[in-house]
Design a protein around this ligand. Structure first.
Ligand code: 4NP
Length: 156
C-alpha cells in the first residue's frame, strides 16, 4: 500500500479538504486498493473535531463525503510510516522539520510545488481568509498532479 499524508496547521480546513479530494480521485481511478490517504495537523487545538463547516459544506456540494473524519496531530512516526508527506504551506514544512529533527531524507513536499504553472505555492488558510472555494480549486490541481506522479513512480 502506498500511503499519503496531507498536513496543515489545524487539520480542520485544508488538509482534510486535500484528503477527501485525493481519496475521491484515487477511487475514480480504481486505485483504492493501492493508495491509502490520511491527514494531520501540526497544531493540537482541534484534535477529535470534524472538518470545518466551510470544508465539509463545500465538499458536500461537490459530492465528496467527509464522514467519519476527525482531526489529529502529526507524530514523529508518521514521518517514517508515510510514503508521501504533503504539506499545505512553508510554515507546515518548518514545523515538520522540527518534529522529525529533519536530516534531509524525509520525503516532505509542498502540495503546490507539484503544480509548475501555479504562482501560488502556499495554500492560503481559509480559517483566516474564509475562501474555501479558492482552497478547493488549488487543492484539486495539486491532488491531480500528485496522483499523476504516484501513478508514474509506481507504474500503477
Ligand atoms: P487549517 O486551518 O490549518 O487549514 O486546518 C486552521 C484551522 C485552525 C487554526 C488555524 C488554521 N487555529 O488556529 O485554530
Amino acid at each position: 500500500m502506498i500511503e499519503v499524508l496531507f498536513i496543515c496547521l489545524g487539520n480542520i480546513c485544508r488538509s482534510p479538504m486535500a484528503e477527501a479530494v485525493f481519496r475521491d480521485l484515487v477511487k475514480k481511478k480504481g486505485l483504492e486498493g493501492k493508495i491509502s490517504v490520511d491527514s494531520a495537523g501540526t497544531g493540537s487545538w482541534h484534535v477529535g473535531n470534524p472538518p470545518h463547516e466551510g470544508t465539509s459544506s463545500l465538499l458536500k456540494e461537490k459530492g465528496i463525503s467527509t464522514e467519519g473524519m476527525a482531526a489529529r496531530v502529526v507524530e514523529e512516526e508518521d514521518l517514517e510510516k508515510f510514503d508521501y508527506l504533503i504539506a499545505m504551506d512553508a510554515e507546515n514544512i518548518s514545523a515538520l522539520k522540527v518534529i522529525a529533527r529533519y536530516s534531509g531524507n524525509a520525503a516532505i513536499s509542498r502540495l503546490l510545488d507539484l503544480v509548475d504553472e501555479s504562482e501560488t505555492k502556499d495554500v492560503p488558510d481559509p480559517y483566516y481568509t474564509g475562501n474555501f472555494e479558492e482552497v478547493y480549486s488549488l487543492v484539486t490541481r495539486g491532488c491531480e498532479k500528485l496522483l499523476d506522479r504516484i501513478v508514474k513512480e509506481h507504474n500503477l
